[in-house]
Design a protein around this ligand. Structure first.
Ligand code: PLP
Length: 404
């Protein structure tokens, strides 16, 4: 993979902040956008802007065709059987809320149980918590080890006849832990329990094949995989999308309406009420084309090297505690400097134009489990380099000199 060529596609990477070139290690929050993605959005508004699925005029038909072709791109990218299994959402959060609401409405009742894990992002925790409260169901939690590894061996002991669903992240947004979702799905399916995968921190790093995984639902966000904000995907197996309830009601999702009753469209339209984010969907196709051109395997290898290099360099420093597993980690590297607030570290690094995240990373229960209030997270993308990691390590050394 030619990283310099890849970097030249990202205009923002040459930006100077406080006089220094940006080192952007906040990619788990959102990635930057290549010109191919930026151009796809401006081209839509300059040349094709129109609403979809409505008009029979030229622009509307063209916009509809482009929007549906984006859906087909997503289908192919994740290996789904049919493009009707691809629903465009605002992002991972909306996709998971959609499953909680629509699956929950018809499949979860009083006394039922839903299983999540201790390392979930709030977006794959709160929707299930609220659903359980509404339905008087019980939320059960797969614990993690002190090293941030999922205790998947305990799953069997949590499953009962009342278990209605398992929702689990493929990769932790804090620890980078890669969870054994294949085994979890196999176990769950042997009890006919469907599995929801939160792929927000996986889709941009590793090839996903939903047919091979045999998962029931998968959620991810476009903006974390180089596309625009406000677009995401819920993949759902046809058998579920056909039987769960709709999410919102209105134009675009009905086949016929009279004043007192309505017939709904089949999936995916059943779940896409109102005018969708058309340019967002096109930007997602552009991002997928961009990723395919480079190749997910090359990206995975490059990011693995970055992670190993950064981990090794960080481990050489004193006063640093790294969280999470030492191997089989992707995307995110979280740590603290003994006795120093993560906010102070991030603020000092920011003065050196190094962007990292500090805080609880939308995973407060995980912070509690790790026995910390917050931490610093450096997260990597395909355009990052070892030279940037060197600058980051130099930055940390300066922080250590200043504050310890
Ligand atoms: N799940 C995980 C694991 C995440 O890391 C995030 C965002 O950081 C989300 C869900 C929510 O994604 P979004 O804010 O794009 O909906």
């Amino acid at each position: 993979m030619n990283v310099e060529r890849v970097r030249s596609s990202f205009p923002i990477l040459s930006k100077k902040i406080n006089g220094s070139t940006l080192v952007y290690f906040d990619n788990s929050a959102t990635t930057h956008k290549p010109v191919q993605v930026i151009d796809s959005v401006s081209q839509f508004y300059c040349q094709w802007n129109s609403n979809i699925h409505r008009g029979i005029h030229y622009l509307s038909e063209k916009a509809t065709e482009m929007y549906e072709s984006s859906r087909e791109s997503v289908r192919e990218f994740i290996g789904a059987e049919n493009s009707s299994e691809i629903i465009f959402t605002r992002g991972t959060t909306e996709a998971i809320n959609m499953v909680a609401t629509c699956f929950g409405a018809v499949n979860v009742s009083e006394g039922d149980e839903i299983i999540i894990s201790e390392m979930e992002h709030h977006s794959n925790l709160v929707p299930w918590q609220v659903l359980c409260k509404q339905k008087k169901a019980t939320l059960k939690v797969i614990p993690i080890t002190d090293n941030g590894i999922l205790r998947a061996d305990l799953l069997l002991s949590l499953i009962t006849q009342k278990t209605k669903l398992i929702a689990i992240t493929m990769v932790s947004n804090v620890l980078g832990t890669v969870n054994p979702v294949n085994a979890i799905i196999k176990t769950a399916h042997s009890f006919n329990i469907p599995v929801v995968l939160d792929a927000a921190q996986c889709i941009q790093h590793t090839k996903i094949d939903v047919k091979e995984l045999d998962c029931d639902f998968v959620a991810f966000s476009g903006h974390k995989m180089y596309a625009q904000t406000g677009i995401g995907v819920l993949y759902g197996k046809k058998k579920w999308l056909d039987t769960i309830s709709a999410y919102q009601y209105g134009g675009g999702m009905i086949s016929s309406v009279d004043l007192f009753s309505t017939e709904f469209c089949s999936p995916p339209n059943k779940f896409e009420a109102g005018t969708p984010n058309i340019s967002g969907a096109l930007s997602l196709k552009a991002a997928i084309d961009f990723l395919n051109d480079i190749g997910l395997n090359s990206i995975e290898q490059h990011e693995k090297n970055l992670m190993e290099y950064a981990t090794q360099k960080l481990m050489e420093l004193e006063h640093i505690t790294i969280y999470g597993p030492q191997t089989n980690r992707t995307g995110a590297l979280s740590f603290n400097i003994d006795g120093i607030s993560s906010y102070d570290v991030a603020a000092l690094l920011d003065r050196m134009a190094i962007a990292v995240r500090s805080g609880t990373h939308c995973a407060q229960p995980l912070m509690k489990r790790l026995g910390i209030k917050n931490c610093i997270r450096a997260s990597f993308a395909l355009y990052n380099t070892n030279q940037e990691i060197d600058l980051f390590i130099q930055g940390i050394k300066r922080v250590l000199n200043l504050l310890t």
